[in-house]
Design a protein around this ligand. Structure first.
Ligand code: SF4
Length: 293
């Protein structure tokens, strides 16, 4: 279906959300403009493509899905004060997803090789990580100090006119001290900007802040992070530059949507170019739209 024009009001509502900044959005914008289009600029998509994009958006790699459900059941265990029910619910959700995995898990949807023993390993590691979390929690965290949990959703913070989105896993407050916790299922390399952002947000509110990254598998390992003023100033400049780039790009689109076009979607695809780095495509949930299945 051809689209030649988009109602101004519809575009403007989308525009406001698109230019809200996050570390993740910066990464996607720089990795692949086409992926940025599919993830954030749905207003440009014809109805059939949008329907497909909405489905593909929900696909997760098995490890991303695992990370997400572990965080969900960590929050549940804290809320109910027990790990047993959370473990049971995790097991039920795991069984239910694996009864029809192509609906949620990218590897299955795209027919990548994944063996039963790999699935079992994911399950075993998740149970182990949840139990390790609970051991860490009861020995290190007072429930009454918790002021934020992952399940509360995305938060906003402001730098100049920039709206910044962030979502820590757990935040505890004790007098003027803030501990920001991040749970990692695996001991993997940290995306340091994520922690700079938490540090910056809470220090800006006058708290002495510490980021505590806790790996939950194979054994509990904690790393504590804080940053000096220079690195936070540099990080703020990085945010400003990244925001300006995204905004400039979207401002060009804003002019573009007010003009008449033969086929706006074709021209939009030209504007939001595919990445040349095909390594990024391997794990991309939208690869069906770019290369077929
Ligand atoms: S498959 Fe590759 S080119 Fe297509 S949206 Fe994903 S990352 Fe971009």
């Amino acid at each position: 279906m051809k689209i030649t024009k988009i109602p101004q009001s519809k575009f403007e509502i989308n525009y406001k959300n698109i230019v809200k900044w996050s570390n993740y959005k910066d990464r996607i914008f720089n990795e692949c403009k086409r992926k940025f289009l599919y993830k954030y600029v749905g207003v440009f998509l014809p109805p059939k493509t949008k329907e497909k994009v909405d489905f593909l958006k929900k696909l997760k790699t098995i490890k991303n899905w695992q990370g997400e459900v572990i965080h969900k059941y960590i929050d549940m265990s804290i809320n109910i004060g027990s790990i047993e029910k959370a473990l049971q619910n995790f097991e039920n959700e795991f069984d239910s997803i694996m009864s029809n995995p192509a609906d949620k898990i990218a590897e299955f949807y795209y027919g990548y090789q994944i063996t039963n023993s790999q699935i079992k390993e994911i399950f075993d590691i998740s149970i182990f990580a949840l139990k390790n979390f609970w051991f860490f929690f009861i020995n290190n965290i007072k429930k009454e100090n918790i002021i934020f949990m992952d399940s509360k959703g995305i938060q906003e913070f402001f730098l100049d006119e920039i709206t910044i989105l962030y979502k820590p896993d757990l935040v505890c407050k004790d007098d003027d001290k803030i501990d920001v916790f991040d749970w990692k299922t695996y001991d993997i390399e940290l995306e340091i900007n994520q922690f700079k952002l938490y540090y910056f947000v809470f220090c800006s509110q006058g708290f002495e802040t510490q980021c505590r990254v806790v790996s939950l598998y194979p054994s509990i390992k904690e790393e504590r992070l804080s940053f000096d003023k220079n690195s936070i100033d540099e990080y703020k400049d990085f945010i400003r530059k990244s925001y300006d780039n995204i905004k400039k790009f979207m401002d060009d689109c804003r002019i573009f949507v007010h003009q008449d076009h033969e086929n706006l979607f074709e021209e939009i695809l030209e504007k939001f170019k595919q990445t040349d780095n095909k390594n990024i495509c391997v794990k991309c949930e939208f690869r069906e739209l770019c290369f077929g299945k």
